[in-house]
Design a protein around this ligand. Structure first.
Ligand SMILES: [Zn+2]
Length: 429
């Protein structure tokens, strides 16, 4: 029996922050309360009055290994997640090669387990080679352990392929997570279509490239009974489609990214690819709709879409640079600072969108929610002191984010997975 006692933390009870200790035994939470005692040989860690939350869960990250290890590896990406307070992440399948067979899938899971600092759930692609032409053998992937399916990075253009894939997924009660994008309507855009695109002289990506595919796939989900999850919704109209589908009883859920909650295209200062992502930053009205959609429950959870690239790739301007920004290390602090500290949403809501709701939507086993008997997946945040987002403190290989230099509260102090300390600010890199 090994015990760890976390002393002098605070956690949320209702809407109050109350003093709390956590006793961990053999990787599980044994007790939560004030002034707990532990065995004589227990490790005791003082939390200095910091905030204790369940370990965060990120259902949408890109780890880049195999195929793109110059951008990120399982080691660096999972340590970046731990640095952000995440204890479970789900890794997308846009790898080279992708894990579209049971053999490749199992190998990928082995890699994740060997190198991951935290719990990693591996996505299977929906289609072979992520080419959008033919669904993977869902039953075989399921037997190999796959529970989440996505071709993220690309939309599946052929409706017949989506239909056949959703039929198979529905038969196994599995979710299809969709990067909704109609390439015919995307128009080669690199930024949201609108006045900002015109001002910068860049090709715009119209909103209908997202909404048209969401509408189509909602209809297919209704016909097949599959659970359809929309990744990174970015437009007011997308959210309205999901809201309407939910009202009709169709099995649809969706996520939003921190950057679509925090920024709009009007915030783009010029031809700076740190602001280039897909879907692009939309209008202020869309940003406000993302916030409203979260608050009214249409949007189920927040996911970072952590997408690391090299500095050289991202210093090429909007036209040439790849899409995406890193997000693991800044998500909680940015959202806490902007929205919780300003009273737009509560700490409880933020924690729920980053933990409990994610677990519920994706039926995740083996993930703790800070309850006695749960795995000791715990994040500790410093919400009382202001800090600066600094690229040289990132564990990710990617530094591509428009938030460098931001002043934030809520930096991570410690992260535990199954009771094991996987990030500690005292051992800053
Ligand atoms: Zn995507």
């Amino acid at each position: 029996m090994t015990q760890t006692l976390l002393k002098h933390g605070r956690h949320l009870v209702g809407s109050e922050l109350v003093p709390c200790d956590v006793l961990i035994e053999d990787g599980k939470i044994k007790a939560i309360g004030a002034d707990l005692n532990a065995a004589e040989d227990a490790t005791v860690i003082d939390l200095n009055n910091n905030l204790i939350t369940p370990g965060l869960i990120d259902i949408h990250v890109h780890l880049r290994e195999p195929g793109y290890t110059n951008k990120e590896t399982i080691v660096t990406g999972s340590r970046a997640a731990a640095h952000g307070g995440f204890t479970t992440i789900a890794a997308m399948a846009n790898l080279k090669p992708t894990c579209d067979t049971p053999e490749r899938f199992k190998k990928q899971v082995e890699r994740n387990e060997k190198d991951g600092a935290i719990k990693i759930i591996q996505y299977s692609p929906v289609t072979k080679d992520r080419a959008g032409k033919e669904p993977v053998d869902v039953a075989a992937q399921y037997a190999a352990g796959a529970r989440l399916f996505s071709d993220d990075g690309a939309g599946i253009q052929d409706a017949g392929v989506v239909y056949r894939a959703m039929q198979q997924l529905a038969a196994h009660d599995l979710v299809m997570c969709d990067h909704a994008q109609d390439n015919q309507l995307a128009n080669g855009g690199v930024i949201n279509d609108g006045p900002v695109a015109q001002k910068l002289g860049l090709p715009g990506m119209p909103k209908i490239s997202e909404t048209a595919q969401i509408a189509r796939n909602i209809v297919i989900a209704q016909a097949t009974g599959a659970h359809y999850h929309v990744c990174h919704v970015s437009t007011k109209e997308s959210i309205e489609l999901v809201r309407h589908a939910k009202q009709l009883g169709i099995n649809v859920t969706c996520e939003v990214t921190p950057h679509h909650l925090l920024l709009a295209d009007a915030d783009i200062p010029g031809d700076d690819a740190e602001f280039k992502m897909n879907p692009p930053l939309r209008s202020r009205q869309d940003q406000e709709a993302c916030l409203a959609g979260l608050l009214d429950g249409t949007i189920d959870c927040i996911a970072t879409d952590h997408a690391p690239h090299t500095d050289a790739e991202k210093h090429q301007g909007f036209l040439a640079s790849p899409n995406g920004i890193v997000g693991s290390e800044t998500a909680f602090a940015l959202l806490y600072t902007r929205y919780v500290k300003n009273g737009i949403f509560t700490l409880g809501q933020l924690i729920n969108w980053l933990t409990g709701n994610v677990k519920k939507v994706f039926k995740l086993d083996n993930v703790g929610l800070l309850k006695v008997g749960d795995p000791a997946d715990i994040a500790v945040f410093d919400i009382d002191h202001q800090d600066t987002v600094k690229a040289d403190q990132f564990f990710s290989k990617g530094h591509n984010t428009p938030f460098i230099g931001d002043q934030v509260y809520g930096m991570t102090d410690k992260t535990f997975v199954d009771g094991k300390l996987v990030y500690d600010r005292e051992e800053e890199k």
